[in-house]
Design a binder for this molecule. Sequence first.
Ligand SMILES: [Zn+2]
Length: 121
Amino acid sequence: MARVLYGCCLSISPKKQRPKFTVCHAELNAIMNKNSADVKGCIMYVALFPCNECAKLIIQAGIKEVVYLSDKYHDTLEMTASRTLLNMAGIQCRQFTPKRTKIVIDFNSINHPGILNSATK
Ligand SMILES: [Zn+2]
């Protein structure tokens, strides 16, 4: 069974002083802060298709598949290079299509235990 690795964005500088190069890419953050000895054979789930720099790291880490939600920068040079690198390395990439477009969390439901009980049946 494949292990799963999730990416999330991390900025190391205050928002006002956040030039592009001080942001830690989600994939880098996930790989460097993994909760295992390595990520060989893992499936990586990310919000955006990985950039070319993250693609290099994904290849070196031995990740076998990338599942992304959006490829909105598809036509940029970085994403073209990334697709080429990932393809050459034989890493599967597929887009996740959620059945729902949003999730609503109703914090008031905790005050109505009957609603929670019926939702879990
Ligand atoms: Zn990146």
